[in-house]
Design a protein around this ligand. Structure first.
Ligand SMILES: *Cc1c(COP(=O)(O)O)cnc(C)c1O
Length: 225
């Protein structure tokens, strides 16, 4: 019941145009089923094996998002079903996703992860690097992936001004890319994935239209992942 109550409350804080990804990493099937029964259809996981296990155990109408850092050798295990990959941070990874998607005769939607946090530990591409990738001939030749947006994580800090500035910087870059780069079959920006349990309101105020929320729905996780 708690999951459904949390979800209901959360929904009242999210505007219509913002897509909610319920981050279910480390949480049991029963919790996901509870959220699913309450109408939630999109779930996010950060480990490929865990996502595959849950995909196999749950209704096929669920859309699974991979939100964690990707290991290239794991892409093949989810290529037949993953709906959106948020954390793509190299051309090499994009090529692997393309290759695996092709085997299943499908196109896999991806977000490029931008580094907006000041922390050294956060993954992601610089804005320059993103422009370099999408301008390259290598990228243009990939037919079985589609970049539909960008993803970013803010610095872990209490300073809301800093968090807002980081999200804002990605929104400005997102808008610039949209106007600078013509849409092609494998590049058409619509999605800006920013915001988690602690900062989704700041993210939405600064242009996010997809938030990834875990603990606020499912409760605190027992261990750091
Ligand atoms: C775990 C995780 C989330 C959700 O975190 P919460 O603080 O529990 O909402 C969002 N995005 C990514 C990339 C994550 O790994």
């Amino acid at each position: 019941m708690l999951v459904q109550q949390n979800l209901k409350l959360l929904k009242t804080e999210i505007p219509e145009h913002v897509t909610l990804v319920a981050v279910s990493k480390t949480k049991p099937i029963s919790d996901i089923r509870e959220a699913f029964d309450a109408g939630q259809k999109i779930f996010g996981e950060n480990k490929v094996q865990e996502m595959v296990n849950k995909y196999e155990a749950l209704p096929k109408s669920i859309q699974w998002h991979m939100i964690g850092h990707l290991q290239r050798n794991k892409v093949k295990y989810m290529a037949h079903f993953v709906d959106l990959i948020h954390g793509v941070d190299s051309l090499k990874t994009l090529k692997e996703i393309d290759k695996q998607a092709k085997k299943h005769n499908r196109t896999i939607n991806c977000l490029l992860q931008a580094r907006i946090a000041k922390e050294e530990t956060k993954f992601g591409l610089t804005f320059d690097k993103i422009e370099q990738i999408i301008s390259s001939d290598d990228f243009k030749s990939l037919k079985n992936i589609k970049i539909i947006g960008l993803m970013g994580m803010s610095t872990f800090t209490d300073d809301e001004n800093q968090i807002a500035a980081e999200f804002k910087s990605l929104k400005v870059f997102f808008d610039k890319l949209k106007s600078d780069h013509l849409s092609t079959p494998n590049f058409e920006l619509s999605t800006l994935s920013m915001g988690m349990s602690g900062d989704f309101q700041i993210a939405i105020a600064n242009g996010s239209n997809m938030i990834r929320v875990g603990s606020k729905i499912f409760g605190a996780r027992n261990y750091i992942v």
